[in-house]
Design a protein around this ligand. Structure first.
Ligand code: HEM
Ligand code: ZN
Length: 179
């Protein structure tokens, strides 16, 4: 995973529980002297270990931490890449463009990024059905990113997750219900 994602986690942890907590997490779960540089790749296992460390510190399930992380990560990525995030007039437009525009732009900015495959289909004016597939199985993070995007457009969103790679499915199904 790119350094930019680790920096997003760092920002959240420092804001929520402080710099000392982040230093302790690094000490426990990252090689000595680790500094995350946005375009550089670091092992996925390191991100998972840090996120698990946050979960342990907060006494929350890892899935909750990944969801909260995803939600704050959206604002972080949107701010870092204003040129990409300002392209969309609505939540719906953004969600329908995750693979075809957003992550496509990411591929131009970062050398061989590890991206999920996400397809979205509008079912009716309040429902979008999204399919998520990635060997990193970060569907809870994807949910959080979607909640973050809804917040960005001041929309009320609820997500159903009736099919999940964590239960052996080949892809996750997320049903987005908008108000
Ligand atoms: C990675 C989903 C918007 C840039 C990821 C990952 C997920 C995801 C789940 C983790 C990798 C994986 O699952 O395999 C989404 C969703 C979005 C969204 C659901 C919108 C609701 C954005 C935006 C940007 C962005 C707005 C920046 C302009 C990236 C980058 C990575 C990433 C840089 C890491 C690539 C790497 O580590 O090599 N995205 N994303 N995403 N996304 Fe997105
Ligand atoms: Zn899932």
């Amino acid at each position: 995973m790119r350094g930019v994602i680790f920096r997003g986690l760092e920002e959240l942890v420092v804001e929520a529980i402080g710099m000392q907590a982040w230093d302790e997490l690094l000490e426990a779960h990252a090689p000595e002297g680790r500094v995350y540089v946005s375009p550089t790749s670091y092992p996925d296992a390191e991100l998972f270990a840090l996120a698990q460390g946050v979960a342990d510190k907060l006494n929350k399930p890892l899935t909750d931490v990944l969801a909260i992380f995803g939600q704050s990560l959206f604002g972080f990525l949107a701010e870092k890449h204003k040129g990409i995030s300002s392209k969309f007039a609505s939540f719906e437009e953004l969600v329908l463009s995750i693979d075809s525009v957003i992550h496509m732009e990411v591929k131009k900015l970062y050398d061989e990024p590890n991206l999920p495959s996400i397809s979205a289909i509008v079912k009716d004016d309040k429902t979008i059905v999204l399919e998520y597939c990635s060997n990193r199985k970060l569907c809870f993070c994807a949910e959080g990113l979607l909640y973050g995007a809804a917040q960005f457009y001041s929309r009320k969103l609820t997500i159903e997750h009736p099919q999940c790679m964590h239960s052996g499915a080949e892809h996750c199904v997320l049903i987005l219900h908008l108000d």
